[in-house]
Design a protein around this ligand. Structure first.
Ligand code: PMP
Length: 407
C-alpha cells in the first residue's frame, strides 16, 4: 500500500467537520488521536453483533465476544513482538499500566534501593515512582536532559549502580517529542544494574514507529489505545512473562482467582491474574482494529511524512520573529513545542482555536520538566499521519494573527 494522504484523511470522519465556522485543523495528536472509520465500525459491530460478557457464559454470544476479545490480545502481542500472548494485560491506559507496576514494585523495594527516572517524564511515570519510593523508603533519582531536550546519556549511565532496583523512562517525550534510544539505554541498565527492572512508557512511542519489546529488552512496556487511533479507556501493559508471573496482584475480584473460600483465595494464571472484573471488551476489540489499521500502512512512508511535517514547522518557526522552539533534540518525532515571546501560551491556543486550529497549551503533565526548561508551559502542536503540509502552514498563518492581536 502506498501512502496517499487524501485517502487516509477520508477515513477519518471528524477531519471534515468545522469548528467556529472554520475547517478543523487538528494538531493535538499527542493528547489523543482521531479514529478512522475502521475503528468506529469495529466498536459498532461489537455492540450490534455480539455484545456479551467474556469468559463466563455458556452461550453463543459469550463465546463469540470472548473470541474477539482474545483475538485482540493476540493482535497486541504481535504488534509488540511479545514472546507470549499471556504477557499482554489489558488496562484502562498507560497510567493504569504504570500504576500496576509501581504498586507492585512498592511492595518489593527496600530502603537502600534506588529508582531511576528521567527529566522527560509525564507525571504518570513520575508521581507513581515518587510515591512508590516514599512508601518503601527508597530513593528516587532523576537523569537530566541536555538543553536541547535530549537525555544526557552519560549522566543516565553514571546514576546507575548496584543499588538501582528499577528504571522508568519514556519512549518518546509528550512535551518535546524527544525519542529516547530505549534499546541502548536498557543495555546500559543491564550492564551497570543487572538486578534492575526496566519500564518503558510507550504512550507516545506506539503511533510513530515499530515497537519491538524483545529487541528493546525492557521488562514492561505500557501504552494507551487512544494515542494509536483507538478508543479511550483501554490500553495494554506488556510484561516479560518471568517477571509478571508472580507480580503482586493489583485488583481482586472476578476473573483473577483460581479458588475462593470465606477465609482465603488463590490467584489464577496470567493474564487474568492481573485483570480483575469485567474488562473494556469493546475497547479491546476497537484497539485491535486500530492496530490492524495502523500496521497496514507503509511505515517508512508514514515516518517520512511525519518528518516532513516537523521539518516544515521548524523551518517556518525559524523565520518567525519572536518564536522560541522548546526542545530540538536530534531524535525527535512530530511534536512542535514553542512559545511566542511575551505572549502566554493559553492566549496563543485561544486565538488559534477561533481559527479552527486545535493545539494544546500548558505544562503537558510535565511540571518539573517545564521548570527545568525555565518556562511556565508551552504551546504544543503535535502532528499525526493525517496532517498535511498545508495545515502546518495554516498554523503559522494563525500564529501571525495571534501575534498581531496580542503583542
Ligand atoms: N505518558 C506519556 C508520555 C503520555 O503522553 C501520556 C498521555 N499524555 C501518558 C503517559 C498517560 O496516558 P493516559 O492518559 O492515556 O493513561
Amino acid at each position: 500500500m502506498s501512502f496517499d494522504i487524501a485517502a487516509i484523511r477520508a477515513q477519518f470522519p471528524i477531519l471534515s467537520r468545522q469548528v467556529h465556522g472554520k475547517p478543523l485543523v487538528y494538531l493535538d495528536n499527542a493528547a489523543t488521536t482521531q479514529k478512522p472509520q475502521a475503528v468506529i465500525d469495529a466498536l459498532v459491530r461489537f455492540y450490534s453483533e455480539c455484545n456479551s460478557n467474556v469468559h463466563r457464559g455458556a452461550h453463543y454470544l459469550s463465546d463469540e465476544a470472548t473470541r474477539r476479545y482474545e483475538h485482540a490480545r493476540d493482535v497486541v502481542a504481535n504488534f509488540l513482538n511479545a514472546n507470549r500472548r499471556e504477557e499482554v494485560i489489558w488496562t484502562s491506559g498507560t497510567t493504569e499500566g504504570i500504576n500496576i507496576v509501581a504498586k507492585g514494585m512498592a511492595e518489593r523495594l527496600q530502603a537502600n534501593d534506588e529508582v531511576l527516572v528521567t527529566e522527560l517524564e509525564h507525571h504518570a511515570n513520575l508521581v507513581t515512582w515518587q510515591q512508590a519510593c516514599k512508601k518503601a523508603g527508597a530513593t528516587l533519582k532523576v537523569a537530566p536532559i541536555l538543553n536541547n531536550g535530549a537525555l544526557d546519556q552519560a549522566a543516565f549511565a553514571a546514576l546507575l549502580s548496584s543499588q538501582t532496583a528499577f528504571v522508568a523512562m519514556p519512549h518518546v517525550s509528550n512535551a518535546l517529542g524527544t525519542v529516547n534510544p530505549v534499546q541502548a539505554l536498557t543495555r546500559t541498565v543491564r550492564e551497570k544494574s543487572p538486578r534492575a527492572l526496566v519500564l518503558v512508557d510507550g504512550a507516545q512511542g506506539v503511533a510513530h514507529g515499530d515497537v519491538n519489546v524483545q529487541s528493546i529488552d525492557c521488562d514492561f512496556y505500557a501504552f494507551s489505545g487512544h494515542k494509536l487511533f483507538g478508543p479511550t479507556g483501554v490500553g495494554a501493559l506488556w510484561g516479560r512473562y518471568s517477571v509478571l508471573e508472580d507480580w503482586p496482584v493489583w485488583l481482586t475480584g472476578g476473573e483473577m482467582i483460581a479458588s475462593v473460600s470465606y477465609q482465603d483465595a488463590t490467584w489464577g494464571a496470567l493474564p487474568n491474574r492481573l485483570e480483575a472484573g469485567t474488562p473494556n471488551i469493546a475497547g479491546a476489540v476497537g484497539m485491535a482494529a486500530a492496530i490492524e489499521w495502523f500496521s497496514a500502512l507503509p511505515l517508512v512512508e508514514v515516518k517520512q511524512h511525519e518528518a516532513q511535517l516537523i521539518e516544515r514547522a521548524v523551518a517556518l518557526g525559524e523565520e518567525f520573529d519572536g518564536l522560541t522552539l522548546v526542545g530540538n533534540a536530534p531524535e525527535k518525532i512530530g511534536v512542535y513545542s514553542f512559545n511566542l515571546n511575551g505572549i502566554h501560551p493559553a492566549d496563543v491556543g485561544f486565538i488559534l482555536d477561533r481559527q479552527g486550529i486545535a493545539i494544546r497549551t500548558g505544562d503537558h503533565c510535565a511540571q518539573p520538566l517545564m521548570k527545568r526548561l525555565g518556562v511556565p508551559g508551552t504551546a504544543r502542536a503535535s502532528f499525526s499521519i493525517y496532517n498535511t503540509i498545508d495545515e502546518v502552514e495554516q498554523l503559522f498563518i494563525g500564529l501571525r494573527k495571534a501575534k498581531e492581536m496580542l503583542s
